[in-house]
Design a protein around this ligand. Sequence first.
Ligand code: ZN
Length: 70
Amino acid sequence: MPLYEYRCNECGDEFEKRVSFSESDRIPACPKCESQNTQKKLSRVISLGTLSSGTVSSSSSSCGSRGGFS
Ligand SMILES: [Zn+2]
């Protein structure tokens, strides 16, 4: 199962949630304040990639094959 990152717009908490493909469009509630005003973050691999720190591949081994299933 893919691991998505979400950010709560209410309390600013960031959390990760493992969801199946059938649930990938569902927005989970914030684990802290239980608000559903959360949004899926774009992959942090993109922001880390700009730093070229060399630790990118550890969190994402999908090799750019995301979105291939529907
Ligand atoms: Zn929250």
